[in-house]
Design a protein. Structure first.
Length: 450
Protein backbone atom coordinates (compact mmCIF):
# COMPACT_ATOMS: atom_id res chain seq x y z
CA UNK A 1 0.00 0.00 0.00
CA UNK A 2 1.14 3.51 -0.77
CA UNK A 3 2.84 5.39 2.08
CA UNK A 4 2.32 9.15 2.32
CA UNK A 5 4.11 11.53 4.70
CA UNK A 6 2.27 14.64 5.82
CA UNK A 7 4.87 17.39 6.01
CA UNK A 8 3.03 19.44 8.63
CA UNK A 9 4.14 18.94 12.23
CA UNK A 10 1.17 19.45 14.53
CA UNK A 11 1.49 20.71 18.07
CA UNK A 12 -0.74 17.90 19.33
CA UNK A 13 -2.51 14.96 17.75
CA UNK A 14 -5.47 13.52 19.68
CA UNK A 15 -6.45 10.00 18.64
CA UNK A 16 -10.15 9.49 19.32
CA UNK A 17 -13.12 11.87 19.32
CA UNK A 18 -15.26 10.46 22.12
CA UNK A 19 -15.81 12.30 25.43
CA UNK A 20 -12.14 12.03 26.42
CA UNK A 21 -10.93 13.07 22.97
CA UNK A 22 -13.27 16.06 22.87
CA UNK A 23 -12.12 17.16 26.32
CA UNK A 24 -8.45 16.79 25.34
CA UNK A 25 -8.73 18.53 21.98
CA UNK A 26 -10.74 21.50 23.30
CA UNK A 27 -8.49 22.05 26.32
CA UNK A 28 -5.30 21.80 24.26
CA UNK A 29 -6.65 24.13 21.57
CA UNK A 30 -7.66 26.67 24.22
CA UNK A 31 -4.06 26.64 25.42
CA UNK A 32 -3.07 27.92 21.98
CA UNK A 33 -1.97 24.64 20.40
CA UNK A 34 -2.69 23.56 16.84
CA UNK A 35 -4.64 20.32 17.29
CA UNK A 36 -5.49 17.47 14.93
CA UNK A 37 -8.18 15.07 16.19
CA UNK A 38 -8.28 11.69 14.43
CA UNK A 39 -11.29 9.37 14.57
CA UNK A 40 -11.28 5.77 13.37
CA UNK A 41 -15.03 5.59 12.78
CA UNK A 42 -17.16 7.41 10.25
CA UNK A 43 -18.78 9.53 12.94
CA UNK A 44 -17.33 11.49 15.85
CA UNK A 45 -18.40 11.29 19.48
CA UNK A 46 -17.82 7.67 20.44
CA UNK A 47 -20.37 6.63 23.06
CA UNK A 48 -22.08 10.03 22.86
CA UNK A 49 -23.47 9.09 19.45
CA UNK A 50 -23.65 5.33 19.99
CA UNK A 51 -27.01 5.02 21.78
CA UNK A 52 -29.95 7.23 20.82
CA UNK A 53 -30.97 9.58 23.65
CA UNK A 54 -28.70 7.93 26.23
CA UNK A 55 -27.74 10.39 28.99
CA UNK A 56 -24.35 11.98 28.47
CA UNK A 57 -24.00 12.19 32.20
CA UNK A 58 -21.98 14.29 34.64
CA UNK A 59 -21.59 17.19 32.22
CA UNK A 60 -22.54 19.42 35.12
CA UNK A 61 -22.36 18.98 38.90
CA UNK A 62 -25.65 19.67 40.66
CA UNK A 63 -26.60 22.00 37.82
CA UNK A 64 -23.34 23.92 38.24
CA UNK A 65 -20.48 24.24 35.76
CA UNK A 66 -18.10 21.27 35.88
CA UNK A 67 -15.45 22.81 33.64
CA UNK A 68 -15.24 25.27 30.78
CA UNK A 69 -14.67 22.35 28.44
CA UNK A 70 -17.80 20.51 29.58
CA UNK A 71 -19.80 23.71 29.28
CA UNK A 72 -18.53 24.35 25.76
CA UNK A 73 -19.96 20.99 24.71
CA UNK A 74 -23.20 21.62 26.62
CA UNK A 75 -23.65 25.00 24.92
CA UNK A 76 -23.06 23.41 21.53
CA UNK A 77 -25.73 20.78 22.29
CA UNK A 78 -28.23 23.32 23.61
CA UNK A 79 -27.87 25.46 20.50
CA UNK A 80 -30.24 23.01 18.75
CA UNK A 81 -33.01 23.45 21.31
CA UNK A 82 -35.42 20.69 22.33
CA UNK A 83 -35.02 18.98 18.97
CA UNK A 84 -31.39 18.20 19.79
CA UNK A 85 -31.46 17.17 23.45
CA UNK A 86 -33.24 17.35 26.78
CA UNK A 87 -31.97 17.30 30.40
CA UNK A 88 -30.95 13.88 31.68
CA UNK A 89 -31.48 12.24 35.07
CA UNK A 90 -30.15 13.94 38.18
CA UNK A 91 -29.72 10.95 40.48
CA UNK A 92 -26.54 10.15 42.40
CA UNK A 93 -25.33 7.58 39.88
CA UNK A 94 -25.99 9.41 36.61
CA UNK A 95 -25.70 13.03 37.65
CA UNK A 96 -26.49 16.14 35.62
CA UNK A 97 -26.31 15.46 31.92
CA UNK A 98 -28.26 15.67 28.69
CA UNK A 99 -29.95 13.10 26.47
CA UNK A 100 -29.04 14.01 22.88
CA UNK A 101 -30.45 12.93 19.56
CA UNK A 102 -27.36 11.30 17.94
CA UNK A 103 -27.28 13.35 14.74
CA UNK A 104 -27.60 16.61 16.64
CA UNK A 105 -24.87 15.47 19.03
CA UNK A 106 -22.72 14.88 15.98
CA UNK A 107 -23.50 18.36 14.65
CA UNK A 108 -22.67 19.79 18.08
CA UNK A 109 -19.21 18.19 17.90
CA UNK A 110 -18.60 19.58 14.40
CA UNK A 111 -19.61 23.06 15.57
CA UNK A 112 -17.46 22.83 18.68
CA UNK A 113 -14.39 21.66 16.75
CA UNK A 114 -14.80 24.44 14.20
CA UNK A 115 -15.26 27.10 16.86
CA UNK A 116 -12.17 25.93 18.79
CA UNK A 117 -9.99 25.68 15.68
CA UNK A 118 -9.61 21.90 15.93
CA UNK A 119 -8.98 19.96 12.73
CA UNK A 120 -11.11 16.80 12.75
CA UNK A 121 -10.57 13.87 10.39
CA UNK A 122 -12.89 10.88 10.38
CA UNK A 123 -12.17 7.46 8.81
CA UNK A 124 -8.63 7.73 10.22
CA UNK A 125 -7.69 4.73 12.42
CA UNK A 126 -4.22 4.73 13.95
CA UNK A 127 -2.61 1.43 12.96
CA UNK A 128 1.05 1.87 13.87
CA UNK A 129 3.63 4.21 15.36
CA UNK A 130 7.30 4.89 14.77
CA UNK A 131 9.13 5.24 18.09
CA UNK A 132 12.71 5.96 19.02
CA UNK A 133 14.33 6.81 22.37
CA UNK A 134 11.00 6.56 24.25
CA UNK A 135 9.34 9.03 21.89
CA UNK A 136 6.72 8.71 19.19
CA UNK A 137 8.23 10.13 16.02
CA UNK A 138 5.31 9.42 13.70
CA UNK A 139 1.95 7.74 13.80
CA UNK A 140 0.61 5.82 10.83
CA UNK A 141 -3.03 6.19 9.89
CA UNK A 142 -4.78 3.98 7.37
CA UNK A 143 -6.78 6.22 5.06
CA UNK A 144 -8.39 5.45 1.72
CA UNK A 145 -5.48 7.18 -0.02
CA UNK A 146 -2.91 4.97 1.71
CA UNK A 147 -0.86 4.69 4.89
CA UNK A 148 -0.43 8.28 6.02
CA UNK A 149 2.38 9.29 8.39
CA UNK A 150 1.60 12.14 10.79
CA UNK A 151 4.02 13.94 13.12
CA UNK A 152 3.42 16.05 16.23
CA UNK A 153 5.22 17.40 19.26
CA UNK A 154 2.86 15.57 21.61
CA UNK A 155 0.22 12.87 21.29
CA UNK A 156 -2.88 12.01 23.34
CA UNK A 157 -4.43 8.54 23.20
CA UNK A 158 -8.19 8.92 23.67
CA UNK A 159 -9.11 5.90 21.55
CA UNK A 160 -10.65 4.02 24.47
CA UNK A 161 -8.91 0.87 23.32
CA UNK A 162 -5.43 2.34 23.78
CA UNK A 163 -4.68 1.81 20.09
CA UNK A 164 -2.00 4.49 19.85
CA UNK A 165 -0.23 3.51 23.07
CA UNK A 166 -0.22 -0.16 22.08
CA UNK A 167 1.14 0.69 18.64
CA UNK A 168 3.91 2.66 20.34
CA UNK A 169 4.91 -0.39 22.36
CA UNK A 170 3.32 0.36 25.74
CA UNK A 171 2.51 -2.54 28.03
CA UNK A 172 -1.13 -2.98 29.00
CA UNK A 173 -3.63 -5.16 30.84
CA UNK A 174 -6.84 -6.68 29.50
CA UNK A 175 -9.97 -7.97 31.19
CA UNK A 176 -11.06 -8.59 34.75
CA UNK A 177 -8.23 -8.59 37.29
CA UNK A 178 -7.92 -10.57 40.51
CA UNK A 179 -8.35 -7.40 42.57
CA UNK A 180 -10.53 -8.05 45.62
CA UNK A 181 -13.73 -6.03 45.86
CA UNK A 182 -15.27 -5.41 49.27
CA UNK A 183 -18.70 -7.11 49.08
CA UNK A 184 -20.09 -4.54 51.55
CA UNK A 185 -20.02 -1.87 48.83
CA UNK A 186 -21.94 -3.98 46.27
CA UNK A 187 -25.28 -2.50 45.24
CA UNK A 188 -28.48 -4.28 44.33
CA UNK A 189 -28.78 -4.20 40.56
CA UNK A 190 -31.69 -4.85 38.22
CA UNK A 191 -29.86 -7.79 36.66
CA UNK A 192 -28.13 -10.96 37.75
CA UNK A 193 -24.39 -10.59 38.22
CA UNK A 194 -22.62 -13.23 36.16
CA UNK A 195 -19.63 -15.47 36.71
CA UNK A 196 -17.92 -17.66 34.18
CA UNK A 197 -15.04 -20.07 34.70
CA UNK A 198 -12.68 -19.67 31.79
CA UNK A 199 -9.07 -20.80 31.75
CA UNK A 200 -6.42 -18.56 30.20
CA UNK A 201 -8.92 -16.17 28.65
CA UNK A 202 -9.65 -12.65 29.79
CA UNK A 203 -13.15 -11.90 31.08
CA UNK A 204 -14.67 -8.65 29.83
CA UNK A 205 -17.77 -6.61 30.44
CA UNK A 206 -20.32 -7.61 27.77
CA UNK A 207 -20.41 -5.50 24.61
CA UNK A 208 -23.71 -3.84 23.75
CA UNK A 209 -25.51 -2.23 20.84
CA UNK A 210 -27.88 0.63 21.60
CA UNK A 211 -30.99 1.25 19.53
CA UNK A 212 -34.26 3.16 19.31
CA UNK A 213 -37.86 2.09 18.95
CA UNK A 214 -40.77 3.92 17.32
CA UNK A 215 -44.52 3.80 17.84
CA UNK A 216 -44.33 3.96 21.65
CA UNK A 217 -46.63 6.10 23.77
CA UNK A 218 -44.30 7.18 26.55
CA UNK A 219 -46.75 7.99 29.34
CA UNK A 220 -48.65 4.66 29.50
CA UNK A 221 -45.40 2.76 28.90
CA UNK A 222 -43.50 4.32 31.81
CA UNK A 223 -46.54 4.16 34.09
CA UNK A 224 -46.82 0.42 33.46
CA UNK A 225 -43.06 -0.12 33.88
CA UNK A 226 -43.00 1.72 37.21
CA UNK A 227 -45.48 -0.71 38.73
CA UNK A 228 -44.62 -3.92 36.90
CA UNK A 229 -40.87 -4.47 36.94
CA UNK A 230 -41.29 -7.98 38.30
CA UNK A 231 -43.81 -8.84 35.60
CA UNK A 232 -41.49 -7.47 32.93
CA UNK A 233 -38.63 -9.64 34.20
CA UNK A 234 -40.87 -12.71 34.07
CA UNK A 235 -41.83 -11.88 30.50
CA UNK A 236 -38.17 -11.57 29.53
CA UNK A 237 -37.32 -14.87 31.24
CA UNK A 238 -40.01 -16.70 29.26
CA UNK A 239 -38.95 -15.03 26.00
CA UNK A 240 -35.33 -16.07 26.64
CA UNK A 241 -36.47 -19.66 27.16
CA UNK A 242 -38.30 -19.47 23.82
CA UNK A 243 -35.04 -18.53 22.08
CA UNK A 244 -35.54 -14.79 21.79
CA UNK A 245 -32.51 -12.54 22.35
CA UNK A 246 -32.96 -10.81 25.72
CA UNK A 247 -30.64 -8.32 27.41
CA UNK A 248 -29.43 -8.51 31.00
CA UNK A 249 -31.11 -5.14 31.56
CA UNK A 250 -32.73 -2.33 29.63
CA UNK A 251 -32.72 1.43 30.17
CA UNK A 252 -35.42 3.35 28.31
CA UNK A 253 -34.98 7.02 27.40
CA UNK A 254 -37.57 9.30 25.88
CA UNK A 255 -36.81 10.59 22.41
CA UNK A 256 -36.78 14.22 21.32
CA UNK A 257 -39.72 13.55 19.00
CA UNK A 258 -43.10 11.89 19.79
CA UNK A 259 -43.23 8.11 19.67
CA UNK A 260 -39.48 7.47 19.78
CA UNK A 261 -37.69 5.69 22.63
CA UNK A 262 -33.94 5.17 23.04
CA UNK A 263 -32.84 1.88 24.57
CA UNK A 264 -29.54 1.26 26.32
CA UNK A 265 -28.97 -2.28 27.52
CA UNK A 266 -26.63 -4.70 29.25
CA UNK A 267 -26.08 -6.97 26.23
CA UNK A 268 -27.50 -10.38 25.37
CA UNK A 269 -27.68 -12.50 28.53
CA UNK A 270 -25.95 -15.37 26.73
CA UNK A 271 -23.03 -13.38 25.36
CA UNK A 272 -19.75 -15.05 26.32
CA UNK A 273 -17.87 -13.05 28.93
CA UNK A 274 -14.70 -13.70 26.93
CA UNK A 275 -16.05 -11.54 24.08
CA UNK A 276 -13.25 -9.07 23.33
CA UNK A 277 -13.46 -5.59 21.86
CA UNK A 278 -10.05 -6.25 20.24
CA UNK A 279 -11.20 -9.30 18.26
CA UNK A 280 -12.96 -8.65 14.94
CA UNK A 281 -14.79 -12.00 15.06
CA UNK A 282 -16.11 -11.20 18.54
CA UNK A 283 -17.11 -7.69 17.48
CA UNK A 284 -18.95 -9.05 14.45
CA UNK A 285 -20.88 -11.51 16.63
CA UNK A 286 -21.69 -8.80 19.19
CA UNK A 287 -23.02 -6.55 16.42
CA UNK A 288 -25.13 -9.34 14.87
CA UNK A 289 -26.53 -10.40 18.23
CA UNK A 290 -27.18 -6.77 19.18
CA UNK A 291 -29.30 -6.16 16.08
CA UNK A 292 -31.27 -9.34 16.76
CA UNK A 293 -31.77 -8.28 20.38
CA UNK A 294 -33.13 -4.91 19.24
CA UNK A 295 -35.56 -6.49 16.78
CA UNK A 296 -36.68 -9.04 19.37
CA UNK A 297 -37.42 -6.43 22.03
CA UNK A 298 -39.83 -4.60 19.71
CA UNK A 299 -41.65 -7.87 19.11
CA UNK A 300 -41.65 -8.79 22.82
CA UNK A 301 -43.20 -5.47 23.86
CA UNK A 302 -45.78 -5.62 21.10
CA UNK A 303 -46.78 -9.28 21.46
CA UNK A 304 -47.07 -9.10 25.24
CA UNK A 305 -49.40 -6.12 24.99
CA UNK A 306 -47.25 -3.82 27.10
CA UNK A 307 -49.25 -0.58 27.42
CA UNK A 308 -48.07 2.07 24.98
CA UNK A 309 -46.30 -0.52 22.79
CA UNK A 310 -49.20 -1.78 20.68
CA UNK A 311 -47.59 -0.33 17.54
CA UNK A 312 -43.95 -0.65 18.62
CA UNK A 313 -41.30 -1.27 15.95
CA UNK A 314 -37.52 -1.11 15.62
CA UNK A 315 -36.35 2.31 14.45
CA UNK A 316 -32.54 2.16 14.20
CA UNK A 317 -29.45 0.75 15.89
CA UNK A 318 -26.39 2.71 16.97
CA UNK A 319 -23.56 3.35 14.55
CA UNK A 320 -20.95 1.81 16.84
CA UNK A 321 -20.84 -0.84 19.55
CA UNK A 322 -20.66 -0.04 23.24
CA UNK A 323 -17.32 -1.56 24.24
CA UNK A 324 -16.69 -1.05 27.95
CA UNK A 325 -13.20 -2.42 28.52
CA UNK A 326 -10.21 -3.45 26.44
CA UNK A 327 -6.63 -2.27 26.99
CA UNK A 328 -5.64 -0.43 30.17
CA UNK A 329 -2.18 1.03 29.58
CA UNK A 330 0.53 0.64 32.23
CA UNK A 331 1.25 4.08 33.64
CA UNK A 332 3.27 5.68 36.42
CA UNK A 333 0.37 5.07 38.82
CA UNK A 334 -2.30 2.36 38.66
CA UNK A 335 -5.68 3.55 39.93
CA UNK A 336 -7.36 0.87 42.08
CA UNK A 337 -10.64 -0.16 43.63
CA UNK A 338 -9.22 0.94 46.99
CA UNK A 339 -8.60 4.44 45.62
CA UNK A 340 -12.28 4.72 44.74
CA UNK A 341 -13.24 3.83 48.32
CA UNK A 342 -10.89 5.68 50.63
CA UNK A 343 -10.93 8.96 48.70
CA UNK A 344 -7.19 9.45 49.02
CA UNK A 345 -6.00 12.89 47.98
CA UNK A 346 -3.00 12.83 45.66
CA UNK A 347 -0.46 15.62 45.31
CA UNK A 348 -1.02 15.35 41.57
CA UNK A 349 -4.85 15.20 41.54
CA UNK A 350 -6.01 16.59 38.20
CA UNK A 351 -9.60 15.31 38.00
CA UNK A 352 -12.38 13.72 40.03
CA UNK A 353 -14.66 10.82 39.18
CA UNK A 354 -18.31 10.85 40.22
CA UNK A 355 -21.01 8.21 40.29
CA UNK A 356 -20.76 4.49 41.08
CA UNK A 357 -18.78 1.40 40.09
CA UNK A 358 -20.40 -0.14 37.01
CA UNK A 359 -18.69 -3.22 35.59
CA UNK A 360 -21.59 -4.29 33.41
CA UNK A 361 -22.96 -7.73 34.47
CA UNK A 362 -19.85 -8.38 36.61
CA UNK A 363 -19.97 -5.95 39.55
CA UNK A 364 -22.07 -3.02 40.69
CA UNK A 365 -20.87 -1.08 43.70
CA UNK A 366 -20.70 2.15 45.59
CA UNK A 367 -17.66 4.40 45.49
CA UNK A 368 -16.71 7.69 47.04
CA UNK A 369 -18.33 9.93 44.45
CA UNK A 370 -15.81 12.63 43.63
CA UNK A 371 -12.68 10.63 44.43
CA UNK A 372 -9.32 11.87 43.19
CA UNK A 373 -7.64 10.90 39.93
CA UNK A 374 -3.84 11.40 39.74
CA UNK A 375 -1.91 12.86 36.83
CA UNK A 376 0.47 9.88 36.92
CA UNK A 377 -2.33 7.62 35.63
CA UNK A 378 -2.25 9.67 32.42
CA UNK A 379 1.47 9.01 31.90
CA UNK A 380 2.33 5.77 30.06
CA UNK A 381 5.40 4.18 31.59
CA UNK A 382 7.10 3.45 28.26
CA UNK A 383 6.70 6.69 26.24
CA UNK A 384 7.62 10.28 27.13
CA UNK A 385 5.64 12.37 24.62
CA UNK A 386 2.30 10.62 25.02
CA UNK A 387 -0.62 11.22 27.39
CA UNK A 388 -3.54 8.90 28.08
CA UNK A 389 -7.15 10.06 28.35
CA UNK A 390 -10.32 8.11 29.09
CA UNK A 391 -10.81 4.42 29.71
CA UNK A 392 -7.35 3.40 28.45
CA UNK A 393 -5.78 5.21 31.43
CA UNK A 394 -3.63 3.31 33.92
CA UNK A 395 -6.02 1.46 36.23
CA UNK A 396 -7.15 -1.91 37.45
CA UNK A 397 -10.38 -3.39 36.10
CA UNK A 398 -12.45 -2.02 38.99
CA UNK A 399 -10.42 1.18 39.17
CA UNK A 400 -11.46 1.84 35.59
CA UNK A 401 -15.06 0.76 36.27
CA UNK A 402 -15.40 3.29 39.10
CA UNK A 403 -17.00 6.38 37.61
CA UNK A 404 -16.44 5.43 33.96
CA UNK A 405 -19.25 7.72 32.75
CA UNK A 406 -18.85 10.14 29.85
CA UNK A 407 -18.61 13.35 31.87
CA UNK A 408 -15.79 11.82 33.92
CA UNK A 409 -13.96 10.77 30.77
CA UNK A 410 -14.27 14.31 29.41
CA UNK A 411 -12.63 15.64 32.59
CA UNK A 412 -9.70 13.25 32.19
CA UNK A 413 -9.42 14.48 28.61
CA UNK A 414 -9.48 18.09 29.77
CA UNK A 415 -6.57 17.39 32.13
CA UNK A 416 -4.56 15.64 29.42
CA UNK A 417 -5.23 18.46 26.93
CA UNK A 418 -4.28 21.17 29.41
CA UNK A 419 -1.08 19.29 30.26
CA UNK A 420 -0.22 18.92 26.58
CA UNK A 421 -0.85 22.63 26.01
CA UNK A 422 1.48 23.60 28.85
CA UNK A 423 4.19 21.23 27.63
CA UNK A 424 3.98 22.64 24.11
CA UNK A 425 4.31 26.18 25.44
CA UNK A 426 7.26 25.30 27.69
CA UNK A 427 8.99 22.87 25.33
CA UNK A 428 9.04 19.94 27.77
CA UNK A 429 7.58 16.47 28.06
CA UNK A 430 4.53 15.57 30.18
CA UNK A 431 6.63 13.78 32.81
CA UNK A 432 8.67 16.99 33.33
CA UNK A 433 5.61 19.19 33.84
CA UNK A 434 5.28 21.10 37.13
CA UNK A 435 2.10 19.59 38.58
CA UNK A 436 1.41 22.74 40.57
CA UNK A 437 1.22 24.76 37.36
CA UNK A 438 -1.09 22.20 35.76
CA UNK A 439 -3.43 22.14 38.76
CA UNK A 440 -3.51 25.93 38.90
CA UNK A 441 -4.26 26.08 35.17
CA UNK A 442 -7.10 23.57 35.47
CA UNK A 443 -8.69 25.56 38.29
CA UNK A 444 -8.09 29.08 36.98
CA UNK A 445 -8.45 28.65 33.21
CA UNK A 446 -10.81 25.70 32.93
CA UNK A 447 -12.74 26.10 36.23
CA UNK A 448 -12.22 22.44 37.17
CA UNK A 449 -13.19 21.71 40.79
CA UNK A 450 -10.16 20.00 42.27
Amino acid sequence: MRHITEEKIWDCIVAGSGPAGIGAAVACARMGAEVLMLEAAGQPGGTICAVPFMPVNRLRLRKELRSEVHEAFVESLLSFGSEGCYPGPEDDVNGDGFCPQPEFAELAIYRLAEREGITLRLFSPVVDAVTRDRRIREIIVREKRGMVHYSAKLFIDATGDGDLAAAAGCDFWEGKSEEAADPSVAMHANFMLRTQNVEEQAIHMPITLGFSLVGIEAEPFFKWMDGNIGTFKEILKKEDEKGRYVAAWYAFNRGTAPGIMGVNNGAWVRQALTTSGLNSADLTAARKNGVQLAADLAAILRENNIPGCEHCALDRVGGILGVRDTRRIEGDYVLTFADSQKSAEFEDTIARKYGAIDANQLFMGKMDSGFSYPYRSLLPAAIDNLLLAGRCGSATFLGHSAGKSMGNMMELGCAAGAAAGLCIKNGNDPRELDIRVLRETLVRVFKVKL
